[in-house]
Design a binder for this molecule. Structure first.
Ligand code: NAI
Length: 717
């Protein structure tokens, strides 16, 4: 290194060019005022200026592209700019602009080396791919990927052309179709980067690389099958056909971007780069304007926004140092896991049985051990995470807990006892958060000495995977308790929504009429496969009957009477399901449900004996559309009623709750955005249609009637 470097900066550029006297220039990106680098349209010109300087300076022999940020290379393109596009042509022009800038980099005569530390995602990786060589740090934070598909888009700045030429086509396609990123080690193995080094020497290594001539790359090594599939015309045809088939089976035709990604890759490989780039820009422009991408982008913005909120404006959460968990069962085990590993807080578990504690510990051990076995985690890291978990069968070690999360059996008297215990054994500030799935929090707090400390914190199973948590304030819950509980849920990696107290809260309340309708359709003789297929095609991850098997038929049927007691007969469930419980059918957990869990394909085929038990002869009469429409309309209507009653605070929270808690199709943006897309008048018309046919559970919500009248929408037009 030398201290005679000269620095030229074009304020307020995000780019700085530092020329070293050994002929290597460092092009550093540091977007002012932001924690992460993201690419913006206006940078095109700034980069252009830098490239002009580099081209006109014959002293520069090589360039290192690096980030000025501590923890990110470039996290992607700033997608908020896409919202302003009025036409596919306009969006296509943005894509072409990005392509042109990166093409200029690739065409530079001196070698460009990308030095990557932290996330290099989307446009960030495309920038690195346009460079002639890449080196990355071996840090855990370093990840490379093209996640555009998750926003209903495709890598529109050359990614669909450069990655499949650099690494195996199948690997590149997989990365683009799933949007999954890879860590440093994998990136090196696949050939995305040329070297991987400790962060401390990243820049030095990159500088040395930039002194070498541009590499003359040979095609990546493939096994015989790979050679056939990727390097022969017949094989390639087969590979793309197969990819399309698998994609179609996964997306059910609901997501337009994956097939366009395949199209870009195929065009580029069969017809050359120029055509590939043209198709990439065209498809990118088209996708930006699809309602699916708009919905997925709104979801992204909503979750980003929610990360900055704490449930109550102006009320800061208390510092969290230690968490207590009551009950080490299925839910308690999961809650302890996310507390210790995501929130990185000590979790003290209490159960009445030492088995319960052992179960909770094993829950975490099993998940972490899998990661160690797959080499995603060091053994020492697993040990340090597990050391945050301790347990006992009494309240020793609970006195200094900030929040105690209760996940004991679903029983009101027991939960009230838990409140009394916590009030006795913990500090007067300790928050009591109940994970009840159906008991109103007000009832749990009814005998509390400090009801302001009592709140609901409702997780979804499996806790380590499901991203939602409902935070339920009852009438006396304090604002401080709300904001601290929201903070805890966020630290545990959840997206929390604050909902009003009441039977079913929000998620189970909108789920119940949907599930009831599917049961009604089944009892009318529609085959189980037909019902589940209809809703999976609609976009749910599993059909409603399968879902009931997964959740547990005993659990699913418990909540119905509670909802009927509070809201009346629109929640009345179809008669006959008690026969299932009498036949000891609890679902997947005891391998007796609607599906067959024995044999070669457990859970895949319907257990035909269930029809006899329910007294029905299956015979398909309804179209898939009708089945899906009947179930979904009731969910939409209930969501509108919830908004009206203040159960959810706004359409955004209602959409996030349904997508993250139930798996409502993300490409539809959630129940409220979907109603906007359909048109409220249309929703009312369809509800009325079914009301006439099937009865008053389809009576449109008053809010929907009013909105149809005034041509209103849930989101600003
Ligand atoms: P579980 O039966 O797997 O676990 C309950 C645990 O609580 C057992 O280990 C039991 O020994 C322990 N326990 C009982 N009395 C206790 C006491 N006095 N002190 C300490 N521990 C005690 O039940 P699961 O499924 O984990 O459910 C727990 C709670 O979470 C229930 O309120 C349930 O409604 C709720 N919930 C369950 C969901 C699910 O999908 N299973 C989803 C969301 C909430």
């Amino acid at each position: 290194m030398t201290n005679e470097n000269t620095t030229q900066q074009l304020a307020p550029s995000a780019f700085t060019l530092t020329k070293r006297d050994d002929g290597i220039a460092i092009l550093s990106m540091d977007v002012p005022g932001e924690t992460m680098n993201t690419l913006k349209v206006e940078f095109g010109e700034q980069v252009g200026d830098m490239l002009d300087q580099i081209q006109s300076d014959s002293a520069i022999k090589g360039v290192v592209v690096i980030s000025g940020k501590d923890n990110s290379f470039v996290a992607g393109a700033d997608i908020s700019m896409l919202a302003g596009c009025k036409s596919a042509e306009e969006a296509e022009a943005i894509g072409k602009g990005g392509q042109a800038v990166f093409q200029r980099i690739e065409d530079m005569t001196v070698p460009f080396v990308a030095a990557i530390h932290g996330p290099a995602l989307g446009g960030g990786l495309e920038l690195a791919l346009a460079c002639h060589m890449r080196v990355c740090s071996d840090d855990n934070k370093t990840q490379l990927g093209l996640p555009e598909v998750q926003l209903g888009l495709l890598p529109g700045s050359g990614g669909t052309q450069r990655l499949p030429r650099l690494i195996s086509v199948q690997q590149a396609m997989k990365m683009m179709l799933t949007g999954a990123s890879v860590r440093a080690k994998q990136a090196q193995k696949y050939g995305i980067v040329d070297d991987m080094v400790p962060r401390s020497i990243l820049l030095e290594v990159a500088i040395e690389m930039a002194k070498k001539p541009k590499p003359n790359r040979k095609p990546v090594k493939l096994d015989a099958m790979g050679q056939f599939l990727e390097r022969t015309p017949v094989g390639r045809k087969l590979m793309f056909k197969q990819a399309r088939k698998q994609t179609e089976a996964k997306t059910m035709g609901n997501y337009p971007s994956p097939e366009r990604i395949i199209d870009c890759i195929e065009t580029g490989l069969e017809k050359g780069k120029a055509q590939g780039f043209a198709v990439e820009a065209k498809h990118f422009g088209h996708l930006v304007m699809t309602p699916e991408s708009a919905a997925l982008r709104s979801l992204f913005f909503a979750t980003t926004e929610m990360k900055k909120e704490n449930g109550v404006e102006g009320v800061a959460p208390k510092t969290l140092k230690k968490i207590g968990v009551l009950g080490g069962g299925l839910m308690g085990g999961g809650i302890a896991f996310v507390t210790a590993t995501k929130a990185k807080l000590p979790a003290r578990i209490k159960d009445i049985r030492s088995d319960g504690i052992a179960h909770a510990m094993k829950y975490s051990y099993d998940i972490l051990n899998k990661k160690v076995k797959r080499k995603f985690m060091l053994h020492s890291e697993m040990q340090s995470q597990l050391s945050r978990l301790t347990g006992s069968v009494d309240y020793v070690g609970f006195d200094n807990t900030d929040v105690v999360i209760e996940a004991v059996f679903e029983d009101l008297a027991l939960k009230q006892n838990m409140v009394a215990d916590v009030e006795e054994h913990c500090s007067e500030h300790t928050i009591f958060a109940s994970n009840t799935s159906s008991i109103p929090i007000g009832q749990i707090a009814a005998k509390a000495k400090r009801p302001e400390n009592v709140i609901g914190l409702h997780y979804f199973s499996p806790v380590d995977k499901m991203p939602l948590a409902e935070v339920i304030a009852h009438e006396a819950t304090s604002d401080q308790t709300i904001s601290t509980t929201v903070e805890l849920a966020k630290k545990q990696g959840k997206t929390p929504i604050v909902v009003k107290d009441g039977a079913g809260f929000y998620v189970n309340r909108i789920l119940a009429p949907y599930m009831n309708e599917s049961a009604e359709i089944l009892l009318a003789g529609e085959p189980i496969e037909q019902i589940d297929k209809a809703l999976v095609k609609f976009g749910f991850p599993v059909g409603p009957i399968k879902l009931l098997d997964e959740v547990g038929i005993d659990v699913g049927t418990k909540i119905g009477p509670i909802l009927v007691a509070e809201f009346g007969e629109r929640f009345e469930s179809a008669p006959g399901f008690d026969k299932l419980l009498a036949d000891d059918r609890k679902g997947k957990k005891n391998k007796r449900g609607f599906y067959n869990y024995e044999g070669k394909k457990p859970g895949k085929e319907v257990d035909e004996s269930v029809y006899d038990l329910l007294g029905i002869t299956p015979n398909s009469r309804l179209s898939e559309n009708t089945i899906a429409e009947r179930c979904v309309l009731l969910m939409l209507n209930e969501a509108a009623i919830c908004l009206d009653e203040g159960v959810v605070r706004n359409p955004r929270d209602g959409d996030i709750g349904a997508i993250f808690g139930i798996g409502f199709p993300p490409f539809l943006g959630g129940p409220f955005r979907y109603m906007d897309t359909l048109g409220i008048a249309h929703v009312v018309e369809r509800l009325t249609h079914y009301q006439q046919q099937l009865g008053d559970k389809f009576v449109p919500a008053k809010r929907l009637l009013d909105m149809a009248e005034s041509k209103d929408t849930f989101y600003p037009k």
